[in-house]
Ligand binder design. Structure first.
Ligand SMILES: Cc1cc2nc3c(=O)[nH]c(=O)nc-3n(C[C@H](O)[C@H](O)[C@H](O)COP(=O)(O)OP(=O)(O)OC[C@H]3O[C@@H](n4cnc5c(N)ncnc54)[C@H](O)[C@@H]3O)c2cc1C
Length: 361
């Protein structure tokens, strides 16, 4: 069978790539090895355009948010299930300085569409420096979204459970050949771990471990709270507390260190006897040294592309950046320099070139 695209990986990146390709009437196949624990399967699902530490917007935060909001709203319809909602987020200020900073920005551009000075009153939450609410915040139930996307593509025969290896593909003229199938393009959406034979193995993708706690509490509100950690409601009295960041620990297990870190942070707003831990989970985010995604062409393999490195912001970034990658491939539209993987071409050595030689036309 002839396909336009092979997508490797069905995390948030690969799922969104498939949904976007469908809009461009491209014929594609997704392969995913269905690991039990992946970053996308544990993601809390938070989406907003702010970086709270410095009270600034993320890179292209508002544009990405507005596009993603429309995209996921449409996905609710296409997948016939609601996995995305706008969801209030209240920032508990950590100091008077943060409060002043927020309030001084509330009515100035570009924050006027994002920050609000509306303050919540709490009975059971420590809130000595006050709080502010976001006008743009949402939640994607990432694991339900992935399951729905998988079912949706299974119905169309667009997805297979399979571990991909470049050792199983050959170049056949303009196409990549895998078994009896021919593909015009391959997009690698493999997240933080790629094997040494992968054409993109030269890239400095840094797995950043994140851990979350699932807790039960009668005292947390039914909206997202953020103060060093966030609490996100998942049911009437159940919440996710997250998340830790650790690029030194590659162990595939939950840790006491992360649990204590989350507990010490949540203590600043919720007394410890006001909740009970039910579960703890971990995953590895695909991050990069300059904290920007990795998108675009392989240095020498024509028609091999990467869509990766979205760190802790893939829910916000993937829909618009996925569209831009497709338009780059199909219509030669220019990618933003900030995310273009070509910024790391100097990491591509003679040894990497040798590894890729059988796939060069
Ligand atoms: C604790 C935690 C909380 C988080 N919370 C949020 C949040 O609230 N909001 C947010 O936006 N982000 C959050 N993130 C980050 C988010 O999870 C990641 O940005 C995102 O999941 C990355 O998606 P991905 O598709 O690039 O990678 P992955 O999720 O790793 O997906 C890659 C997929 O490719 C498959 N694969 C890999 N190699 C192969 C192969 N050879 N053959 C076949 N399949 C293969 C894997 O099995 C996997 O299914 C969180 C992360 C963690 C760890």
């Amino acid at each position: 069978m002839n396909y336009d695209f092979l997508i490797v990986g069905q995390g948030i990146a690969g799922s969104i790539m498939g949904l976007q390709l469908e809009k461009y009437n491209q014929r594609f196949l997704i392969v995913d090895k269905n690991e039990k624990i992946t970053s996308s399967k544990v993601a809390a699902g938070l989406m907003h355009p702010m970086s709270f530490k410095r009270c600034v917007l993320n890179w292209k935060g508002e544009t990405l948010y507005d596009y993603s909001h429309q995209f996921y709203t449409k996905c609710n319809e296409i997948l016939s299930d609601k996995t995305y909602w706008e969801f209030p987020l209240v920032r508990l200020f950590q100091s008077y300085e943060e409060q002043n900073n927020w309030l001084s920005k509330v009515s100035t551009k570009p924050f006027v569409h994002v920050l609000s000075e509306r303050e919540e009153k709490f009975d059971n939450i420590n809130n000595p420096f006050g709080n502010g609410r976001l006008k743009k915040s949402a939640k994607l139930d990432a694991s339900a979204f992935l399951k729905n996307v998988k079912l949706y593509f299974e119905r169309q025969n667009n997805i297979r459970e399979e571990s991909f290896s470049t050792q199983n593909i050959q170049k056949d003229g303009y196409f990549y050949k895998k078994g009896n199938n021919l593909f015009k393009y391959i997009i690698f959406c493999q997240g933080p771990f790629v094997d040494e034979f992968n054409p993109f193995s030269y890239l400095p993708i840094i797995p950043n471990k994140g851990e979350i706690l699932e807790i039960q509490s009668q005292f947390l509100p039914q909206f997202i709270l953020s103060k060093g950690v966030f609490s996100m409601p998942t049911a009437e009295d159940k919440f996710i507390l997250g998340a830790t960041y650790n690029h030194n620990d590659l162990s595939k297990k939950i840790t006491e260190h992360a649990r204590l870190e989350l507990l010490s942070k949540v203590k600043t707003f919720l007394p410890q006897n006001n909740f009970k831990i039910i579960n703890q989970k971990y995953g590895f985010r695909p991050t990069t040294i300059d904290r920007k995604p990795l998108i675009g062409n392989h240095p020498i393999l024509k028609n091999a592309f990467i869509f990766n490195g979205m760190g802790s912001k893939s829910i916000l970034m993937a829909p618009l950046l996925g569209k831009q990658l497709i338009e780059h491939i199909l219509f030669d539209k220019k990618l933003s320099e900030a995310v273009n993987v070509s910024r790391f071409d100097h990491y591509f050595s003679a040894q990497h070139k040798e590894l890729c030689s059988k796939l060069v036309t």
